[in-house]
Design a protein. Structure first.
Length: 223
């Protein structure tokens, strides 16, 4: 049985000083609002409402931690990060994304890998590119091309090729896997589970990046 099927809610973190101590490896899910992130977490963990779909997208700025492994000795955390790119989010919400999720994704030493959800019909948007620039270059990445049931086979394959090519340009030499994914069509769920399990077993790729200095590009929120 995949260890991911043991996922249960652990804690909500609303400010950096509430982040868990203890150094367990963390795998963060990131992506635009409405890209299918919550649905992906639920499908991968085989739980219907582990991650909630928010009624007011873009407004929940907290990080949600889910523990995996034995009840009395968790092995790792999955972390649901707030979606970015919600067009009508007020300025204060964008600032909050920077202060918590942005800082977490850029600096967290326990961050082991990132799962990025991308709508297969949109591919990488400017905000996704900015997120990729924001992450430590050596951080392993799993890209889920979500809602793949919305496209036919030929278009799915074209999307897969396009994203793989873009990734090799955006993050040359970095470990990255790309999967077609659909919760309604039940595509890629088992492969995603295996890929995340493998990421958890692998040693950390590299220390977290230092603070923003020297990074190109802005934050992955609309301005
Ligand atoms: N057709 C289709 N719709 C999906 C799929 N995954 C998510 N959705 C829908 O996309 C919308 C956003 O999903 P959600 O998981 O809440 O996105 P989040 O904002 O990134 O967490 C919801 O209406 C979901 O029902 C999928 O695989 N196929
Ligand atoms: Mg969500």
């Amino acid at each position: 049985m995949s260890v991911l099927l043991t996922a249960r809610f652990h804690t909500t973190v609303a400010s950096p000083n509430q982040l868990p101590r203890g150094g367990l490896p963390e795998i963060a899910f990131a992506g635009r609002s409405n890209s299918g992130k919550s649905s992906a977490i639920n499908a991968i963990c085989q739980r219907r409402r582990l991650a909630f779909a928010s009624r007011t997208p873009g407004r929940t700025q907290a990080l949600n931690f889910f523990a995996i492994g034995p009840q009395d000795a968790p092995r790792a955390f999955l972390v649901d990060t707030p979606g970015y790119g919600y067009a009508s989010a007020p300025q204060a919400v964008r600032g909050a994304w920077d202060a918590l999720a942005g800082r977490y994704l850029r600096e967290r030493a326990a961050l082991h890998a990132v799962v990025l959800t991308i709508d297969v019909r949109r591919l990488f948007t400017d905000l996704d590119r900015r997120l990729l620039e924001w992450l430590a270059p050596a951080l392993p990445l799993l890209v889920l091309l979500t809602k793949s049931d919305k496209l036919g086979f030929a278009q799915q394959q074209a999307a897969l090729r396009a994203v793989r090519r873009q990734l090799s340009e955006l993050r040359p030499g970095a470990a990255a896997e790309v999967l077609l994914f659909s919760t309604s069509g039940r595509t890629g769920i088992e492969q995603a589970r295996e890929a995340i399990g493998a990421m958890l077993s692998a040693p950390p790729a590299a220390p977290a990046a230092p603070a923003a200095a020297g990074r190109s590009g802005g934050r992955p929120v609309e301005v």
